[in-house]
Design a protein around this ligand. Sequence first.
Ligand code: CTP
Ligand code: CA
Length: 228
Amino acid sequence: GTDPARAQDLAGRHVVVSAGGTREPIDPVRFLGNRSSGRQGLALARAARARGARVTLVAANVTLPDPDGVDVVHVESTAELRDAVHAAAKDADVVVMAAAVADFRPASTAGHKIKKRDDGVVAPIALEANPDVLAELAGELRRPGQVVVGFAAETGDDAGDVLEHGRHKARRKGADLLAVNAVGGGLGFGTADNEVTILDASGDVVGRAAGSKDVVADGLLDAVVHLL
Ligand code: CTP
Ligand code: CA
């Protein structure tokens, strides 16, 4: 950050950030995945480092360069991400789940490439639910004094607007902070600029941050420092 008051307000802290998007293997050459670039997570890792933290970045399929001065663990699947985040979280003061974690995975992974059939019949892929890494950290794995932060990309729909979905998710997840951003209409995935509303565990608005992903990262870390 450029604000000198923020300069070293995370000194002596260990901050864990997950970034990117997990991929669940279907067979040796195919996967279920998502379009997350990892840019917001990388910005968070850089900002935490600049504010004096020791940073562990768990990067799921991030193709951007590793940030300087940050311990990076590269992972692919949700199972790998979960193991890496749990291990790093053991002595962490802050865990930020910025990764887009696949909600489902194939119930089994074929050991060979699935071939198409001459009769055109396509076999369905059975899915099973992945563990919710954020809910685990905020629930059974909760460590005293550790600040747990989630991200939620939401669109409005018949069931409610972006903030209503965010409030509901904040209560369901139990994370200390949930950064909610509206996606669709050019905001969010793959774009340079971002806008988040920061909710606490009861769904109340405790902050907002808008601008580049670096500005959003520092705004979210301000809310984190407030809780430490
Ligand atoms: N998350 C997680 N493990 C999962 C799914 C999500 O840790 N299996 C985390 C994400 O990293 C993010 C937060 O939970 O910080 C919210 O993710 P999101 O996909 O918005 O929430 P879901 O609970 O999966 O709800 P839905 O996709 O149905 O909106
Ligand atoms: Ca999800």
